[in-house]
Design a protein around this ligand. Structure first.
Ligand SMILES: Nc1ncnc2c1ncn2[C@@H]1O[C@H](COP(=O)(O)OP(=O)(O)OP(=O)(O)O)[C@@H](O)[C@H]1O
Length: 858
């Protein structure tokens, strides 16, 4: 079903009684239903409900808190129950009056005691979710915790404080505690409650229990030290080295020589809050490993204390213990036992293996769940229909037709696919293949079937193939492909389930290796379904932190459904409202912004010494790249352009050039392109585009020329439509039946994702300002400074590097804007002139000086 038909079906429908209605009643009934439905859908209704829940939660918390102070005075009155509400003579002290007092008395005294305050969070969570109309917090999880928490806490408080005047555990707590004491005795009940608390803490915090033991060999590999470049807000890593002999290296750092020959450890070494550069060096004779530790300047310099054993102390350049100024100094008699267990609560001395905790990009949307296959439909029976008569008839006709042209065959076999059957023939010796190929039309005519395609020869098989459409075709459901082991267990970076081959094997490929895809097909032949199949595959396999889409949809309807997941999976330009781009001018800006993103990513890769996004992300997740230097986890970016012809017609080179540039270079940095067009003519799929899109898909096209344009081969004109397609990949042409995913299914998948918590905003692409607009701006006028001028000046002065790419990276700017800022900084006398490939000189040395300078500029 196309989107157009979908929009029709989405209109609210009124259920109309089949009884013949009288004119008056019929109208009222219909209107009422529509109004109620509309009311439920109206966002204001949701907001009002949300505010109501929030008010209830605030009401309860205030009345509960007040109750803790006023219960004594109010108790007798409140015990009379709701009757006091109507009795104006009754006065209570609770801040929220009689209703507040009654609610508090009910929840606290009758039910859960102090633990009743947890119930307020439940109303709060529902209120917030309703207000924002999405799952900001998980109601189900909250309900679990609140219920369990109230039961356990009330029971514990009732058990511990049963003699108190105030009912800390409430009625429910008392009942549970009494029952436990009656069943298990006082000690048994206490033990059970303690067990629940301890169990909860173990479950929640998973503490490490281990006996103090001596480590066999020192552990401080280079990559662990690199991992010490902690993420902002994290605990500094504590490295523990034992059994080491520190020796002066003369490099300003220190060398720790691990002496495995020593019977007992010479030194216990502990580094706290260090930021070392660690280099693993070659083994030395008699020593197991050498590690050079060199503190860097940025963090507080460690104070070094020495506690060598006996006279070895004199040889040492560095001490056996290094502690930071702002951390508590460790006990002088450091013992190895300290290593194996937690040292102090503030300094989690994790064992070496645990210390190397990797950065998990998915953790910032921790509760995100990938869509499940039950959201999708199974279309038709899925079974390939083998009609024996049809097979026999076709076989005989093929043999007969070929015989008419004096072509004898040795053998014929058939493979029945979802849409076509492949007859493979082995011709008799001496028959020229080109002869069979030339007879394509005649064979088609005599088989009186559309869509005959002759493959002569089938590469690698030494046979000639004749594909004949099946009389009854089966639909390949997306659901089957996504549920298949090939898909669920695939290790691909960007797995896409495209469809089934003629031999019914699932065709699942990695978009990351393709690395870009060109799609063509006449209208109504399955292109939109194909694009949806690709997008849905990716949505099923990737977490929002790993993938972002840039969607270009000049037709405005095809991809609009994905706008709901803008904060999960979409990228957009800063200051743009719509993430789905429909306007040609914005497409140009977006493509150029992607080029900037590509360049920035290349800079980061270069800085990290990585060749591609995979290596880079691996290094980043191992915490070997410093986010303070602009490094960040790179999600894949997939650009989808639904109607490329429209763009090329209106914008020509302005669109073609950035697309070609991206197609040439963007693969290594994880940017992949999917470009679709209805009109695969040479002025649209130009040489330069074609050269950079090695993977191409053709649905049915209207002419052989179109087929040649897209595939460099005929055949696409003979496809039978409805998702029948040819894919040219790595120089090989395969016929597939594209997976079918209907628009309502896509809706469901998108809803499933949209309902979950997303990021606060879409992934932002760098800003791109058209050079033409810049030129129009003319010379820099100090009164007309860029809004980021001051920030840029501060950044440059703080770093003392006059580099445009620094501005680009740290301020997430496009090249043009960063360049313009740099020019303005030059004209303001903050940096010197351009020095080619070298960074500009920074003329102002301190922040104070800069402030003065800026004040002077006014
Ligand atoms: N893989 C498929 N399996 C079965 N039927 C399909 C498949 N793909 C498309 N169809 C059928 O063909 C119809 C048209 O497909 P689709 O909307 O994808 O065409 P299109 O090429 O995008 O057309 P347009 O360019 O006009 O939007 C679908 O509504 C569906 O009925």
């Amino acid at each position: 079903m196309s989107t157009k038909s979908k929009s029709k079906s989405k209109k609210p429908t009124a259920r109309i009684s089949t009884k013949k209605p009288t004119a008056g009643t019929w109208k009222v009934e219909k209107e009422e239903k529509i109004q109620l439905k509309a009311l439920a859908k109206d966002e204001r209704t949701w907001k009002i409900a949300g505010v109501t829940f929030l008010v209830v939660s605030i009401f309860l918390i205030i009345s509960f808190l007040s109750y803790f102070f006023t219960w004594k005075q109010d108790f007798t009155q409140l015990s009379r129950g709701s009757e006091i509400l109507w009795n104006s003579d009754v006065k209570v002290e609770n801040l929220l009056g009689k209703l507040g007092g009654l609610s508090a008395q009910y929840f606290i005294y009758r039910l859960f005691g102090v633990a009743a305050v947890l119930i307020c969070t439940f109303f709060f969570v529902i209120g917030v979710n309703l207000m924002w109309r999405r799952k900001v917090f998980s109601v189900w999880r909250n309900l679990k915790y609140v219920t369990l928490g109230m039961l356990v806490v009330s029971a514990i408080l009732a058990y511990l404080l049963h003699d108190e005047e105030f009912r800390y555990g409430g009625g429910v707590g008392n009942v549970i505690a009494h029952w436990l004491v009656a069943s298990l005795g006082k000690i048994g009940a206490g033990a059970v409650l303690a067990l629940i608390v301890i169990g909860y803490f173990i479950w929640q915090f998973n503490p490490v229990f281990s006996f103090p033991k001596k480590l066999k060999r020192p552990v401080l590999p280079a990559d662990e030290a690199a991992a010490d470049e902690t993420m902002p807000g994290e605990q500094p890593v504590i490295a523990v080295v034992e059994n080491a002999t520190p020796v002066d290296t003369g490099t300003g750092g220190a060398k720790l020589v691990m002496d495995t020959a020593a019977e007992k450890p010479k030194y216990d070494i502990r580094l706290i809050n260090k930021e070392p550069e660690v280099h693993a060096m070659e083994e030395e004779e008699g020593h197991e490993r050498i590690t050079v530790l060199k503190p860097t300047a940025k963090r507080p310099e460690p104070v070094i204390e020495t506690e060598p054993e006996k006279d070895a102390a004199q040889e040492l350049a560095i001490p056996s213990k290094i502690v930071s100024k702002d951390k508590p100094v460790l006990d002088d008699n450091l013992k190895l036992e300290i290593n194996s267990g937690p040292i102090t609560p503030a300094q989690p001395a994790a064992p070496a293996a645990e210390k190397k905790k990797t950065y998990e990009p998915a953790l910032n949307l921790r509760s995100y769940k990938k869509p499940t296959t039950d959201l999708l439909e199974t279309h038709g029976s899925e079974k390939v229909i083998q009609d024996q008569n049809e097979l026999e008839n076709n076989k005989n006709q093929i043999i007969q037709t070929l015989r008419n042209y004096d072509i004898e065959i040795q053998r014929i076999s058939a493979t029945v696919g979802p849409t076509v059957t492949l007859y493979e023939i082995v011709p008799a010796a001496g028959v020229r293949i080109s002869k069979i190929k030339n007879l394509e039309d005649d064979i088609a005519l005599s088989l009186s079937a559309l869509g005959i395609r002759i493959i002569a020869p089938i590469p690698g098989r030494g046979t000639i193939g004749i594909e004949v459409p099946n009389a009854r075709k089966s639909i390949v459901s997306m659901k089957t492909l996504l549920a298949s082991d090939e898909f669920t267990k695939s290790t691909y970076s960007l797995p896409i389930a495209l469809g089934k081959r003629i031999d019914n094997k699932n065709f699942i490929v990695d978009l990351a290796t393709m690395p870009h895809l060109l799609m063509a097909g006449a209208t109504g032949q399955g292109k939109s379904v194909g694009i949806n199949a690709i997008l849905v595959s990716l949505l099923y396999s990737k977490h929002p932190s790993q993938l972002k889409f840039v969607l270009v949809d000049p037709k405005k309807v095809e991809l609009s459904v994905y706008s709901q997941i803008v904060n999960h999976f979409l990228a957009r330009l800063p200051n743009e409202e719509d993430a789905i781009i429909t306007d040609t001018k914005k497409v140009i800006n977006t493509l150029n912004a992607l080029c900037i993103e590509m360049d920035t990513r290349y800079d980061l890769l270069k800085d990290a010494g990585c060749r591609n996004i995979k290596e880079y992300n691996a290094k980043f997740t191992e915490r070997r790249l410093n986010p303070e230097k602009g490094h960040q986890f790179m999600p894949f970016i997939v650009l989808v352009v639904d109607e490329f012809a429209d763009l090329i017609m209106t914008a020509g080179k302005e669109v073609e050039m950035p697309i070609a540039r991206l197609a040439q270079l963007a693969r290594a940095v994880g940017i992949h392109l999917i470009i679709a067009t209805q009109r695969p003519s040479v002025n649209i799929i130009t040489g330069i585009i074609k050269a950079n899109f090695p993977a191409r898909i053709a649905f049915k096209v209207s002419s052989k020329i179109d087929s040649r344009t897209i595939l460099d081969a005929g055949g696409a004109d003979q496809l039978i439509g409805k998702g029948d397609m040819l894919i040219s990949l790595n120089g090989e042409l395969s016929r597939l039946q594209c997976a079918f995913v209907d628009t309502p299914e896509v809706d469901k998948v998108v809803d499933f994702i949209a309902y979950q918590e997303g990021y606060p905003e879409p992934f932002l692409l760098p800003e791109y300002i058209d050079e033409k607009d810049l030129e129009a701006g003319g010379d820099f006028d100090l009164d007309d400074r860029d809004s980021l001028f001051e920030d840029a000046a501060k950044l440059i002065v703080a770093n003392q590097i006059g580099s445009t790419s620094l501005l680009q990276r740290r301020m997430k700017l496009g090249y043009n804007r960063a360049g313009r800022l740099m020019d303005q900084l030059e004209q303001a006398g903050i940096v010197g002139p351009n020095q080619g490939s070298k960074a500009r000189e920074v003329l102002i040395k301190t922040e104070a000086e800069l402030q003065q300078h800026l004040d002077m500029l006014g």
